[in-house]
Design a protein around this ligand. Structure first.
Ligand SMILES: Nc1ncnc2c1ncn2[C@@H]1O[C@H](COP(=O)(O)OP(=O)(O)O)[C@@H](O)[C@H]1O
Ligand SMILES: [Mg+2]
Length: 423
C-alpha cells in the first residue's frame, strides 16, 4: 500500500488523527524544518504541542546536534536566567562553579522553550537579544558570547492578551512567531477523538496485559465526539486508561462515560467557561471540570489581588526574593527530553464539589476596585484547600498538581511556600 509523507510521519511519531487542521500543523512543521526560522506553537493544554519541535529538529540540518526542551514554567524565577544563559563563578550567592546554560549547550542545535508565556520580563529581554544578535551574556558577565540556536517555542497562553496586560513583550512575540503553528483543540477534530480512544484503549490493554481492549458502543462514540474535552488529548488518554482498568470487558456506553464526567455537549474549556454561572445544568454536574475551573478562577483572582496590592503600596514591590532551597531547584529544573511519559493521577469517580465563593463574580478582573479583607480570607482559604486537594489527588506530584490547577509549577511552589502547606 502506498503511503503519503504525512502518513509516514504520523506512523513514525505515533500521531493519531485525520483532521485537516492537524495535518496542516504537521505539514507546516515539515516545511519549515530545514530553515532556521523561529517557530511559535500555539494551542490549548493537552492538544499535542510537544511533538512538533521534535519533528522540526529531526527533519532539520541540525538533527545531529543537541535538542534541548525546557519548560519555562517550572524553573524558579530566581534561577531561570542562569539556567538558560549560564553564569560565572560567584555571580550570585550559591553560584559555586560556572555554568554553561542551555543557550551555550544547544549551540548548533534546537532549543524548545515550552510554556514561553511564563517567562519573566527580564528573561524575555535577554531572549530577545539572543534572537536578534545571536549573542548573550552569562549572569555576572559582560562579555558577549555567540551561539547558533534555533528556537521553537510553545504556549497555551493567549499572548496578545498577555501583551495587553504587560506580561509579555510585543517585540519578542513578533520575533518568536516568524512561523506560527496552531494545534487545534480536540473538540474541533471530528472523529479524531474516537480514533485516539481506540489507540489509547489498545495501548493500555497491551501495557497492563488486559485480554481485550475496551470498546465504544455507537452511542458512546457519539458522546466522545460531542464532549468538549477541555483537557484535550491528555484528558482523553487519562480517561481511557482509567476505564481500561476499571471497566474491563464492558462495552463503553454513554452511561459508563457519564460516570467519568464525559457528557455530550459538556466540558467547556476554562477559556470559554463563565465566571459566576453555577455548576448545575438540569441537575447534572461535571464536578472534575467544575473543581478545576473554580480552582483556576480563585488562583487567577488571587494573582490579581496580589498585583493590585503591589500597585497600591510601593513597599510590596521592594521585597527581596525568598532564597531557594536546593531541593526546590532540583525539583523545578525540568528538561522534558529526559522526562518520563505523562503520568496522570487516578481521579476518583465521585468528585466532591466545592461551592463558589461569592466574591468570584462575573465582574472582569481588571474592574475589581476594592477587595474586602473578609473576601480575601475566603479566597485564601479556598485557594489553600484547592491546592491541598490537588496535591492529595496527585500523590504530591507537583507537576501534575499544577496541571490540575491550571497554573505553572513555579506559581504552585510559591503558593505552597506562602501557605506553609506540608506535603
Ligand atoms: N495526535 C496525537 N496522537 C497520539 N497521541 C497524542 C496526540 N496528541 C497528543 N498526544 C498525547 O497526548 C499527551 C499530551 O500531549 P502534549 O504534547 O504533552 O500536550 P501539550 O504540550 O499541548 O499540552 C501526550 O501524552 C501525547 O503523547
Ligand atoms: Mg506541554
Amino acid at each position: 500500500m502506498n503511503t503519503t509523507p504525512l502518513q509516514d510521519l504520523k506512523a513514525r511519531y505515533n500521531i493519531v488523527g485525520r483532521d485537516e487542521k492537524l495535518d496542516m500543523a504537521l505539514d507546516t512543521a515539515i516545511q519549515v524544518a530545514r530553515t532556521d526560522l523561529s517557530v511559535l506553537i500555539q494551542g490549548e493544554s493537552g492538544v499535542g504541542k510537544e511533538i512538533i519541535p521534535r519533528i522540526i529538529h529531526d527533519n532539520s540540518l541540525r538533527k545531529g546536534k543537541r535538542y534541548i526542551a525546557i519548560n519555562c514554567g517550572s524553573i524558579p524565577e530566581g534561577t531561570i536566567d542562569s539556567e538558560l544563559f549560564g553564569h560565572e563563578k560567584g555571580s550570585y550567592t550559591g553560584a559555586v562553579g560556572e555554568r554553561e546554560g542551555y543557550f551555550g549547550a544547544a549551540d548548533g542545535g534546537t532549543l524548545f522553550l515550552d510554556e514561553v508565556g511564563e517567562l519573566p520580563m527580564t528573561t524575555q529581554a535577554r531572549l530577545l537579544r539572543v534572537l536578534e544578535t545571536g549573542e548573550y551574556l552569562r549572569v555576572g558577565s559582560d562579555t558577549p558570547r555567540k551561539t547558533n540556536v534555533r528556537i521553537v517555542a510553545a504556549t497555551n497562553v493567549d499572548i496578545p492578551n498577555a501583551i495587553r496586560e504587560g506580561r509579555f513583550r510585543e517585540d519578542l512575540y513578533y520575533r518568536l512567531c516568524t512561523i506560527n503553528i496552531k494545534v487545534p483543540p480536540l473538540r474541533e477534530r471530528g472523529m479524531d477523538s474516537v480514533l485516539l480512544f481506540k489507540m489509547f484503549a489498545m495501548n493500555t490493554a497491551a501495557k497492563y496485559h488486559i485480554p481485550e481492549p475496551i470498546r465504544l458502543s455507537p452511542e458512546g462514540e457519539q458522546t466522545v465526539m460531542a464532549y468538549k474535552w477541555p483537557g484535550n488529548v491528555r484528558q482523553l488518554k487519562n480517561v481511557v486508561e482509567q476505564m481500561s482498568i476499571l471497566e474491563q470487558g464492558v462495552q463503553i456506553t454513554p452511561d459508563v462515560l457519564y460516570r467519568y464526567g464525559i457528557i455530550a455537549g459538556q466540558g467547556e474549556s476554562f477559556a470559554l467557561s463563565r465566571v459566576g454561572k453555577t455548576g448545575s445544568e438540569g441537575g447534572r454536574h461535571d464536578w472534575e471540570n467544575e473543581i478545576k475551573w473554580l480552582a483556576n478562577a480563585v488562583l487567577k483572582l488571587r494573582t490579581e489581588v496580589d498585583e493590585l496590592k503591589k500597585h497600591l503600596s510601593p513597599e510590596h514591590t521592594k521585597h527581596s526574593p525568598v532564597p531557594l532551597q536546593l531541593e526546590d531547584m532540583n525539583n523545578a529544573i525540568h528538561i522534558i527530553q529526559e522526562q518520563e511519559m505523562e503520568e496522570m493521577p487516578q481521579i476518583p469517580h465521585v468528585y466532591t464539589p466545592i461551592s463558589a465563593p461569592h466574591s468570584v463574580s462575573s465582574q472582569p478582573y481588571d474592574e475589581i476596585e476594592e477587595v474586602k479583607e473578609e473576601d480575601n480570607l475566603n479566597l485564601e482559604d479556598m485557594e489553600k484547600r484547592s491546592i491541598i486537594r490537588a496535591l492529595q489527588q496527585s500523590h504530591n506530584r507537583r507537576k501534575i498538581a499544577a496541571q490540575m490547577l491550571g497554573i505553572s509549577e513555579r506559581t504552585l511552589y510559591r503558593k505552597i511556600k506562602d501557605y506553609g502547606i506540608e506535603e
